[in-house]
Design a binder for this molecule. Structure first.
Ligand SMILES: Cc1cc2nc3c(=O)[nH]c(=O)nc-3n(C[C@H](O)[C@H](O)[C@H](O)COP(=O)(O)OP(=O)(O)OC[C@H]3O[C@@H](n4cnc5c(N)ncnc54)[C@H](O)[C@@H]3O)c2cc1C
Length: 472
């Protein structure tokens, strides 16, 4: 009997919910990027105790364990590239709200939007809102330091986690901090887990900061003649005394795709767009939206909306961006780079020229203001050399972003798909320190092995075609 079989036997005998049927293995083999690696078996944890038992067995038998929340990840982080067990945390999904402390105590598998909805019932809200919030788990958000549309005003997941509990690679449980707004007692272990993508330990529960729910929102949408005018618009908004919670950019290629896919939305021809949202008291949101329109008036006539249905119509332009870009090809290579606001023209002229020279479409949308852009190279799978050209073009674009002072990833993390970019972002000493920390937490290298610290080459791999996931 192999090591994985011995581990499975022990877990089944301990009464844990394990599965090794074809359907369960396949479901645990992919994330949103669709590169499939089958595990030997799946453990569906229902409590922190299940996680401790699983890790004790994994440690004894030296079996790799890949942690899985909801599988919406965009870096192959929850994919078991080295086989072994997948530990599915979606069953640890309790949510308790303490309205007096304004804190949510949640299980790692709780769905982000469910936490926000439950907090709303107490006049509170959970600010980080990744576009995947109806599906993503809070454990996955913490592991990737997820951002979201409101990150410009409220920050990313890191700013909203007060404390957490985690299980280490050998099955011991630790607590990191307390659910207090202020805490200054020794080293901050909590922040080691945020953004470490399940490679240092497994987050089982967390205490999150909640904020008073704004009473009103106003959305505003502005179209521009070209991308350069939209960049001017972003600069003017950032210089003005304006505090949008959302500031989304869509370039001319993206807007053209949205127009083609959604004739009912009255999207103009040849336009770039910025969508903003303001939250707070009604007077304040209206004041800000009018100021937004004034600020952009040399370039654009912004329209704004306060009623839910009218706001939803403006939002639809942004919400349909991701799917609409399949107008430009049935396949894509995409990344979520971050750029300092001052280099947008330099970066995007390089990237668009590269697309033209490689005969690839280059639609972009992103969280303007915080500089987090989703760049794409779109192509048709029937074009034999296109994937290789797209991969090459993406490597060059990432290199350019870093050269201009930007980052390889703003919110999706590294997983195995981007680990080759780590040396671009970090020096040898920083990389060695990170690997030493990994060894300290996980001396047998059983937690999410093959991710972040190990360089990977994806050229020979292909994502699955035609696989429909719940959020598509
Ligand atoms: C349509 C769509 C829109 C998206 N929009 C955004 C966005 O706006 N902002 C953004 O930041 N991301 C976005 N994402 C990416 C993704 O939703 C986030 O990375 C999210 O945080 C992943 O959560 P998950 O529960 O699906 O994690 P998974 O995909 O299951 O796992 C992601 C990583 O976290 C690790 N992990 C999961 N749970 C735990 C745990 N409890 N303890 C330790 N490690 C754990 C996994 O091992 C893996 O490395 C989007 C994805 C999709 C499909």
């Amino acid at each position: 009997m192999g090591q994985a079989e011995k581990m499975l036997k022990r877990l089944v005998e301990s009464g844990l919910d394990c599965a090794d049927d074809e359907k369960s293995l396949f479901a645990a083999s992919v994330d949103n990027m669709r590169y499939s690696f089958l595990p030997r078996f799946v453990v569906r944890a229902k409590s922190g105790d299940d996680v401790e038992k699983t890790m004790r067995a994994a440690y004894d038998f030296e079996v790799p364990v890949t942690v899985r929340g909801s599988g919406t990840g965009c870096a192959g982080g929850c994919v078991p590239t080295l086989g072994g067990a997948v530990l599915d945390l979606s069953g640890i999904d309790f949510i308790e709200i303490d309205p007096v402390s304004r804190v949510a105590h949640v299980g790692a598998g709780a769905v982000t939007a469910h936490i926000d909805a439950k907090a709303n019932g107490f006049g509170l809200f959970y600010a980080p809102d990744p576009s995947s919030h109806k599906y993503s788990s809070i454990g996955g958000n913490i592991a990737c330091n997820a951002g979201g549309l409101r990150a410009l005003k409220y920050g990313t997941t890191r700013e909203h986690v007060l404390s957490l509990a985690a299980v280490l690679a050998d099955g011991r449980k630790i607590s990191c901090g307390l659910p207090l707004k202020k805490y200054s007692v020794g080293q901050n272990l909590r922040d080691m887990f945020i953004g470490s993508e399940g490679t240092l330990g497994i987050v089982t529960e967390a205490w999150l900061k909640l904020l008073p729910l704004p009473s009103a929102k106003t959305a505003a949408l502005a179209y521009f003649d070209d991308d350069g005018s939209a960049f001017n618009g972003i600069e003017r908004i950032m210089r003005a005394n304006l505090a949008p919670c959302v500031l989304e950019f869509m370039d001319t290629e993206t807007v053209a795709c949205v127009r083609a896919r959604n004739p009912g939305l009255s999207v103009p021809e040849n336009a770039a767009a910025i969508l903003a949202e303001f939250d707070g008291e009604r007077n304040e949101t209206l004041f800000q939206a009018r100021k937004f329109a004034e600020t952009l008036s040399p370039f654009s006539d912004a329209e704004f909306a306060v009623e839910d249905s009218a706001m939803a119509k403006l939002w639809e332009v942004r919400r349909s961006a991701s799917q609409s870009m399949y107008e430009l090809g049935d396949s894509k290579i995409s990344q979520d780079i971050v750029l300092p606001n001052g280099v947008l023209r330099d970066f995007f002229s390089f990237y668009k020229d590269l697309g033209r020279s490689k005969k690839l479409a280059t639609p972009v949308f992103g969280h303007a203001g915080d500089g987090n852009y989703h760049i794409h190279f779109m192509y048709d799978s029937s074009d034999a050399g296109a994937r290789a050209r797209a991969l090459e073009a993406m490597d060059a674009s990432i290199e350019k972003a870093v050269e201009l002072g930007g980052a390889v990833s703003g919110e999706h993390g590294i997983g195995f798909l981007k680990s080759k970019y780590m040396p671009l972002q970090h020096g040898a000493l920083e990389l060695e320190l990170m690997s030493s920390i990994k060894r300290l937490f996980d001396p047998k290298n059983i937690l999410n092995p093959g991710k972040i610290y190990a360089p990977s080459d994806i050229e020979g791999l292909s994502p699955l075609k035609g696989l429909k996931l719940p959020w598509d």
